[in-house]
Design a protein around this ligand. Sequence first.
Ligand SMILES: *[C@@H]1O[C@H](CO)[C@@H](O)[C@H](O)[C@H]1NC(C)=O
Ligand SMILES: *[C@@H]1O[C@H](CO)[C@@H](O)[C@H](O)[C@H]1NC(C)=O
Ligand SMILES: *[C@@H]1O[C@H](CO)[C@@H](O)[C@H](O)[C@H]1NC(C)=O
Ligand SMILES: *[C@@H]1O[C@H](CO)[C@@H](O)[C@H](O)[C@H]1NC(C)=O
Ligand SMILES: *[C@@H]1O[C@H](CO)[C@@H](O)[C@H](O)[C@H]1NC(C)=O
Length: 404
Amino acid sequence: MRSNPILMVLSAAAIGLLVGVSSPIRIAPTVLPLFSSLGGGGGGGGDDANCTSAGAGGRNMAARLSAALPFFGNSTTSTATPMKVSPPAKSEEAKKGAERLLPPDIVVRESDLHLRRLWGQPREDTPVRKYLVALTVGYSERANVNATVHKFSDNFDVMLFHYDGRTTEWDAEFEWSRQAIHVSARKQAKWWYAKRFMHPSVVAPYEYVFLWDQDLGAETFDAEEYIRVARKHGLEISQPGLDIVRGVKNYDVNVRRNDTEVHTSTSAGRCSAQDAARRPPCSAFVEVMAPVFTRRAWACVWHMIQNDLVHGWGLDWNFWRCVDEPGRQMGVVDAQYVAHHHGFTLGDKGNDTVDGSRRKVRLRASAEFGEFKARLYNADRAQQAAAALLAQSKAAAAAAPPPS
Ligand SMILES: *[C@@H]1O[C@H](CO)[C@@H](O)[C@H](O)[C@H]1NC(C)=O
Ligand SMILES: *[C@@H]1O[C@H](CO)[C@@H](O)[C@H](O)[C@H]1NC(C)=O
Ligand SMILES: *[C@@H]1O[C@H](CO)[C@@H](O)[C@H](O)[C@H]1NC(C)=O
Ligand SMILES: *[C@@H]1O[C@H](CO)[C@@H](O)[C@H](O)[C@H]1NC(C)=O
Ligand SMILES: *[C@@H]1O[C@H](CO)[C@@H](O)[C@H](O)[C@H]1NC(C)=O
C-alpha cells in the first residue's frame, strides 16, 4: 500500500500530446456580456444575485455594450489605428510546425482516453467509448465512487483523478478500475486536473463529458438515460437535479423537480417569476460539482479555466458564455437526479492557522473567485474596445475617398 507521489506515465504522454495537437477552437461569446461581471460578490456559496434586476435578455445588449464603454466613445484620431497582432501561442507554433513538416495524412490532431492492448491487431482493440466520465477521488471515498461508476454503462471511458496518491489499491478491489485511466497528482482540485488532462483535443471523441465530484449519491441514477434526456432537450451544459431530501443544495435552480423531465430556470427562493429570471443563478446555471458537457461546450469551457485559479470558483457563473442560447441550452435534468452529500470538503479539518487547513483553502478559493471575476471583466472590456475600434476604422475606411 504505497502511495504514488508522481504523475503517472500517462500524464507525461498527455502533456506531450497537448503541445502538438491542440487545434484552435473559436470561442464566440455570442451573447456577449449579457451576464458579465456576474457572480457578484457571493463567494461561491453566497447567493446574493438579484434575479429581478433588469438588463438580462439579449435585446438590450447593444445598450449595455455601449454603456460599458464610456472611455471608447469617439477617439479624435479616427483613422485606422493598427491593431497589435500578438505572436502565435506556443501550441499554435507547434501545430504549424507539424503541418509544415509532416505530410498531412500522417497528422493526428486528436486523441482519446481509452486503454489499448500491447498485443494483437490495433483495429481489433476495443473501440473508444462514446462518452467520458471523469471523477476526482480519494481512496477513502471508494465505496461511493464504486457505486457511482456502476451507474455508467460500458459506453463510458472512465478517468479517475487521484488527489491522495493512492491508485494501485483501486485495481485490487474493483474490476472496472483496470479499464480506467488513473491520473495521480497530490492534493489538486478538480479543475486543475481538468485543465491538464482533459484538453479538448484529447476528449474530442466523446460526445458527452461528465466531470463529477466523488461525493454524489447516484443510487437512482442512470447515465445512459440521462444522456437520452439531455440530448432530446438539446442541453449543451447540464447537471442532474439535486435531491434535497437526501442531500443539500446551494441554489434553487439546481433542485430536482418532480413534474418535469428537465428545467432551465426557476422562480423559487430569491428568483422572481418574471422573465428576468434569465440569468444565473436563476437560469442558465449549472453548478461545478456535477456538470455534464457536450464536446462542443467543453471545448469552450476548457479555454475559460485559468491555470492558476485551481478551485474553479466562478466558472459556473460563466458557463453560459459557452453556449449560443443559455436560457435553452443549459439546464437541469430532473428525470435523472443525484444527491449532493457534503459541502466544502477540501483542506484539512482542525487547526485553522495551519497551511492547507480548510479555512485557508476556503480563503484561497474565495480570493480566486474575485480574481476570476476581475479577469473576465477586463477581458470583456478589452474585447469591446477592440470591437469598437474595428467598427470605427471600418466606418472611417468607408467614408474615405477611394484611392486614386
Ligand atoms: C432586487 O432589486 C430590486 C430592484 O432593484 C429591489 O427592489 C429589491 O430589493 C432587490 N432585492 C434584493 C434581494 O436585493
Ligand atoms: C463624439 O460623438 C458624438 C456623437 O456621436 C458627437 O456629438 C461628438 O461631437 C463627438 N465628440 C468628439 C470629440 O468627436
Ligand atoms: C461495487 O458496486 C457494485 C454495484 O453497486 C457492487 O455490486 C459491488 O459489490 C461493489 N464492489 C465492492 C468491492 O464494494
Ligand atoms: C412533488 O413535489 C411537490 C413539492 O415540490 C410535493 O408536494 C409532491 O408531493 C411531490 N410529488 C411526488 C409524487 O413526489
Ligand atoms: C495551531 O497551529 C499553530 C502553528 O502551527 C500552533 O502555534 C497552535 O498551537 C496550533 N493550535 C492548536 C489548537 O493546535
